[in-house]
Design a protein around this ligand. Structure first.
Ligand SMILES: Nc1nc2c(ncn2[C@@H]2O[C@H](COP(=O)(O)OP(=O)(O)O)[C@@H](O)[C@H]2O)c(=O)[nH]1
Ligand SMILES: [Mg+2]
Length: 319
């Protein structure tokens, strides 16, 4: 398989580039907005000659279908979502399970990394222990490494050690940390941030099924114009993850960070959450370390996580 990414001012021009470079048989794996929201970026793939097998028509399709169905089952992806993904994967008419999986993921989900966090404050919400504070520290580290000014506001003032945990990171990074308990304090803290700074708001974990908790969280979220990002640890029960994601989507979350992807052995809950909450995949937490512990997700990297043996199997076959 050959993968190539093309950037052009419009979809039509990008498609022309794909055809010119990879030919008519190219399969579109993902389409995204270009950098800064300008233009279009298309990733396309083409199977290389040595990958064509000599099996009769239809056999390869069945193998792809089986590979994808097996991996979705192993990951505990809910049956209805798995069925939709398999149907799309088959329709792409490719012999390569990785391309089929990536293409299906691209059609069913949206992907947009959190790299451009300077415009609106990024507000991290989710269950207690989801990984919000570590994600805030990772985002701040990334901004500092790019020499951007970053301010962090924590609303986790009640829990013992809530502030201290973050302060330990921000001291090392030399980043300003403020705390805000009420909507008015949150507005004040935002006003006090450095002009043009990237702002990250680390929220206290709440219970999305408790009316009082939800009201308090929503009041804080409404106090400022921020991008609400749902943070959830990968693994666990897919149905439960879907219900939690839906609850946070109702509170205004549009993107999702899945943490502890390095620990999780089944990603059904991650897919089910994004599907139920119609959440855009932003990033994944790939380690407990602050530096380099966060990675953007795209259809291909997610497909690789779901088909972990695929690359190894193909490499073996090529030997
Ligand atoms: N291995 C690993 N650990 C993580 C990751 N994200 C968070 N953690 C750990 O998960 C625990 C809870 O994280 P924390 O940020 O305090 O959660 P919060 O309650 O949502 O703020 C901590 O021990 C973190 O170090 C990750 O991506 N990988
Ligand atoms: Mg926290």
């Amino acid at each position: 398989m050959r993968l190539k990414t093309f950037t052009a001012p419009s979809m039509g021009e990008a498609m022309q580039l794909v055809k010119a470079h990879l030919g008519e048989d190219a399969i579109i794996v993902s389409t995204q907005k270009g950098d800064g929201g300008i233009g279009v970026r298309i990733t396309a793939a083409i199977e290389t000659a040595d990958e064509y097998d000599e099996e009769p028509d239809g056999v390869a399709d069945i193998e792809v279908e089986e590979d994808i169905a097996d991996s979705l089952r192993q990951h505990n992806v809910p049956a209805d979502l798995a069925e939709r993904l398999i149907r799309t994967a088959i329709s792409l008419d490719t012999d390569d399970p990785l391309i089929a999986m990536a293409g299906a993921l691209d059609q069913h989900f949206k992907f947009q990394p959190l790299s451009k966090i300077t415009k609106r404050p990024v507000i991290l919400v989710g269950l207690p222990g989801a990984g919000k504070t570590l994600t805030a520290a990772k985002l701040a580290t990334r901004a500092v490494m790019k020499k951007k000014t970053v301010n962090i506001i924590t609303t986790d003032t009640v829990r013992a050690g809530g502030y201290e945990q973050l302060a330990a990171f921000t001291r090392v990074l030399g980043v300003d940390l403020m705390s805000a308990e009420t909507p008015a304090e949150l507005r004040d803290a935002l006003d006090a941030c450095a002009p043009g700074a990237a702002v990250i708001v680390d929220c206290a974990g709440g219970n999305p099924f408790d009316e009082d908790d939800v009201r308090a969280q929503v009041n804080l979220l409404r106090a400022i114009d921020g991008e609400i990002v749902f943070v959830a640890a990968a693994g666990g029960d897919p149905i439960e993850a879907a219900e939690i994601a839906e609850a946070y989507a109702t509170m205004g979350a549009r993107r999702m960070v899945s943490t502890r992807i390095d620990i999780a052995r089944r990603l059904g809950a991650v897919l089910a959450a994004a599907d139920a909450g119609r959440l855009t995949f932003a990033e994944v937490g790939i380690s407990g370390a602050v530096a380099e512990g966060l990675a953007p997700l795209n259809p291909i990297s997610l497909a690789r996580l779901l088909l972990p043996n695929h690359a190894a199997v193909r490499d073996e076959a090529a030997e």
